[in-house]
Structure formats: structure tokens, C-alpha cells
Design a protein around this ligand. Structure first.
Ligand code: GLU
Length: 488
């Protein structure tokens, strides 16, 4: 703040996969910092020991690296305001120190109420969750009582002291000034009985002591922000610029959840999406450029990202749109790189010795995700069972009879043909078509049907024949003849 340098942070709790919403927060924090030539920091918020998931920190590192959201500071890159992991910060005593400062100021108090007493408190439903509203019972404890309790080792928490009168106002860049009645705010816990700070307290202490200037998070935090504001005010600290992001919903306008099947970065990678396309798509979940452009590299996003263009309306995660975008990225991809990534998917379906690189080239512009490859290429491995109705094509003027006649006529020519390259086959068939004075499709359609057994294929007849080779092509043409003979 004082140096004027923009500093943002991504502050994930290591609780599992990288949810799309988390990735969006990380991306926006990164873009805001980089757009302004500032610093982007990673802070691990692991104070909720019950929600901690082994391996989740690795997922965070891996995802950030993969997506290119490279942090300038973090647990692995000291920038002088560490530690960058909250459980380690706790050991330095920082949270307790600041909590005690609030107690001194009358802005917080020790609470020794046990579970049994808390269970008798009346509860209120806040945002669908039932929470018990603390009745300030321990606020009236005398200094002596508090000291006696502490000396006796009685478990305690420290609560924020919020008056029942008056209002609190805070500012969000997108929502403007928000004012709430203090009576609506509960005396939230700042330090838990296990000595850990709550997220609610730690985020304020950390954002301030780590010189964070812009805080970007989901709008589920809007309702807690007045309480954070009161903490900043109590300490006499300047609060950061708040940017609360709109909810991300599924196609049914419900909060995007695991049930959708594509709520995390890992899900999307498993479903055959490209990292760059995922990042590009997620950038548009709540933000748009002023010219409504949609395809952006990360560098282009850095250049164009103006957070004032973030929308308040819920963002619908539209998998159809992501598929489209992914397809665009695949088309634009370098052929070798595409092959490298497509190879494992091709090998899953094709075990025979075939030119996989050529096949990859054929499907590149036809698929939207890597998982689509299978449906496009499985006929190379084995001729599928197919319906002879497929030989009937109005526009090509083909019937089952005409197809049988063409296949029978062409078979000896194909048997005599030595060169099975696409070019040679195409030249040969073009001559044939010219000689017979028929349309191209009249001949190509039945051949392509016979060699693929499919209505749509990633290439024309001769391209497929080149890949299949002479022996397999002839076997398939013969199989087609047999099939048609039964019906004609
Ligand atoms: N640890 C919080 C979370 O993962 C961070 C929220 C914030 O950015 O302040 O939801």
C-alpha cells in the first residue's frame, strides 16, 4: 500500500481438488497483479485442521505451475513477509499477539463457554446455514475471573466484540458501499480453542502484514466482510481493495458442484481439455473484454484485464462453450505438439501398426476434446458392424445396387494397384471416374463406406485406404461386397 505496488494473493485452503472457482480467483488475482506490474503471492491457509487433505498442497503447486499462474512469493519463494503457510505463521505467535491487542482495546474478549452452554443458545439461519448467535455472556467477566480461568488452564476462544447498535460500512469495487446493522453481526471467533486462528481472523492479519493491496474472492465472503472491516478499523489499518466475484453456476443455474462432473481443473483435464483453453474459458466466467473478444492467451489477458469489467451477475459454466473453445485451441495447435498429446488417446484405440501421426493430423480439426478421438478413429482398428443403408446416398446418387456394382468393378483394379499412397490412389480413382463418366461421389461414397463402416470419417476414401494399407483395404471391400450381395 505505502509503496504503491499492487500486491495480490491467492490464498487456498488445501482441502482437495482445484475447484473452478478457486482457479478463477487465482487467475484474477494473478491478472490484476501482472496487469499493474505488481506481485502475486501464494499463501496456504491451513488453519482448519479438520478440512486439511493430504496431498492438496501439491495439487495447488502443480495446477498453478501448469496454468502458468507463477507466483512471485510463496512458501517456496521468500519475499520477506513470510512464513507463507498459516500454520507456520501461527507458530510465530502473530495471531495471538494481534488478538490480545484487540482484547486490550475492548474489540475482542475471552470466552470460556463450554459446548453444553453454547448448545443452549438460540440459533439463526444465515445463508442457509444454522449458526448459533453468541449472547456475549463472557463479555461481562471481570479481569480477575478471566485471569483465574486462564491460570486454571480452562479452554477458551477469543471472540470479536461487535456492538449491538450502529452500523458498519465497507467498500467493494464492484458492489460499491455496503452497510449492515451491527446487530446482524455475530461475535465471531478469532482464535479457536486449539490456539489456531479462524480464517476470518487470519485473513485480515495476513493480508495486512503481507502488504496485500487487492483481495479477490468469491461473493460468499461478502457477508463476513463487515466484520473484517471492523477488525481493520480496530487496528487502525487501511483495508485492501475488495473485489468479490460472482457465483459460478451450472447449466441449471445451481451453484457449480462436484455433481456437474466438471467442477475442478483435474476433472477437465481428465475429460480431454487443454490447459490453455481451460484458463481462457475460466477468465470469461465473470469478466469480458470491451470488444467481446473470446480467445486470449495468458499474456493477452494480462494486457487486457481490467477488473472494473468484472460482472456481478452469476456466471454460467457452459461446457458446450468450453468444448467449442477447446476445439479452437486444438485447431490452432502446432501439429507435433498435438500429436504428442493425442498419441496416448490414439494408442488406447489403435493397437495395430498404423501411421498414428497421419491419423492425428486427420482428426485435429474435427475434435473438441481428446476424448472425442476415440469415436473418430476406432474404425481403423477394426471394421465396425454397419447397416447397408449407409450405402444409400441421395446426393451422391448411390443405391445398394450401384454400390455393389462399383465395388465389384473396382476390386480387381485395387488388387492390381501397387502404390497405396493417398496421391496414387486418388489419381487412379479419378481416372476411373472420368472413364466411367460418373460423379466422384458415386464411386468414392461406396468405397469410403466399405473401408470405414461409418457415416462420417476424418478423411476421404483414399486417405483412409492409405492408412489401412492394401491388405486391409481389400478385405474390407470384399466384406462390403458380401454384405451387399445378401441384400441386392
Ligand atoms: N482460504 C480461503 C478459501 O480457500 C480463501 C478465501 C480468500 O481468498 O480470502 O476459500
Amino acid at each position: 500500500m505505502s509503496t504503491g505496488k499492487v500486491r495480490t494473493r491467492y490464498a487456498p485452503s488445501p482441502t482437495g481438488k482445484m475447484h473452478v472457482g478457486n482457479l478463477r480467483s487465482a487467475l484474477y488475482e494473478f491478472l490484476i497483479a501482472k496487469h499493474a506490474g505488481g506481485d502475486f503471492m501464494l499463501r496456504i491457509e491451513d488453519t482448519d485442521q479438520e478440512r486439511f487433505v493430504e496431498g492438496a498442497v501439491d495439487i495447488i503447486y502443480r495446477t498453478m505451475e501448469k496454468t502458468g499462474l507463477i507466483h512471485d512469493e510463496g512458501p517456496d519463494k521468500d519475499g520477506g513477509v513470510g512464513p507463507y503457510v498459516q500454520s507456520e505463521r501461527m507458530k510465530t505467535g502473530i495471531y495471538m499477539k494481534y488478538a490480545k491487542e484487540l482484547v486490550e482495546k475492548g474489540e475482542a474478549y475471552y470466552c470460556f463457554c463450554d459446548k453444553e452452554r453454547l448448545a443452549t443458545l438460540k440459533s439463526e439461519v444465515v445463508e442457509g446455514k444454522e449458526i448459533s448467535v453468541y449472547d456475549k455472556h463472557c463479555l461481562s467477566l471481570s479481569k480477575e475471573e478471566i485471569e483465574a480461568n486462564l491460570a486454571a488452564g480452562k479452554p477458551f476462544v477469543i471472540r470479536q466484540n461487535i456492538p449491538n447498535e450502529g452500523t458498519t460500512t465497507f467498500h467493494d469495487e464492484l458492489y460499491g458501499d455496503i452497510t449492515v446493522e451491527n446487530a446482524e453481526l455475530d461475535d465471531m471467533i478469532l482464535i479457536k480453542s486449539d490456539g489456531y486462528p479462524t480464517y476470518n481472523f487470519a485473513n485480515v492479519v495476513d493480508d495486512h502484514t503481507m502488504n496485500i493491496t487487492h483481495v479477490v474472492r468469491g461473493n460468499e465472503y461478502l457477508s463476513s466482510s463487515p466484520k473484517y472491516q471492523r477488525l481493520y478499523d480496530a487496528f487502525g489499518w487501511e483495508s485492501p481493495t475488495y473485489i468479490h466475484l460472482p457465483l459460478i453456476t451450472d447449466e441449471n443455474h445451481k451453484k457449480l458442484s462436484k455433481r456437474s462432473g466438471h467442477s475442478s481443473f483435474e476433472d477437465l483435464i481428465e475429460q480431454g481439455f487443454l490447459t490453455e483453453a481451460i484458463v481462457n474459458y475460466i477468465a470469461l466466467l465473470g469478466w469480458s473484454s470491451d470488444d467481446n473478444r473470446e480467445i486470449f492467451t495468458l499474456d493477452e489477458l494480462i494486457k487486457d484485464f481490467d477488473y472494473r469489467r468484472i460482472s456481478k451477475s452469476p456466471a454460467v459454466f457452459d461446457i458446450v462453450k468450453l468444448r467449442w473453445m477447446n476445439g479452437e485451441y486444438m485447431k490452432a495447435m502446432d501439429a507435433d505438439k498435438f500429436y504428442e498429446m493425442a498419441e496416448p488417446y490414439l494408442k488406447e484405440v489403435i493397437t495395430k501398426d498404423m501411421d498414428l501421426k497421419k491419423i492425428a493430423g486427420m482428426v485435429k480439426s474435427r475434435i473438441e476434446t481428446f476424448l472425442d478421438i476415440k469415436d473418430h478413429v476406432d474404425f481403423f482398428e477394426a471394421l465396425p458392424e454397419y447397416d447397408t443403408e449407409m450405402y444409400v446416398h441421395k446426393k451422391m446418387k448411390t443405391t445398394k445396387e450401384s454400390s455393389l456394382a462399383v465395388l465389384e468393378d473396382i476390386l480387381p483394379i485395387l488388387e492390381a494397384q501397387e502404390d497405396y499412397s493417398n496421391d496414387a490412389l486418388y489419381a487412379m480413382l479419378s481416372n476411373y471416374v472420368a472413364e466411367k463418366e460418373v460423379k466422384n461421389g458415386y464411386v468414392m461414397w461406396p468405397i469410403r463406406t466399405a473401408v470405414s463402416g461409418k457415416q462420417t470419417t476424418p478423411g476421404g476414401a483414399t486417405e483412409l485406404m492409405e492408412i489401412l494399407g492394401k491388405e486391409e483395404t481389400l478385405a474390407r471391400i470384399k466384406a462390403g461386397i458380401e454384405l451387399l450381395k445378401k441384400e441386392v
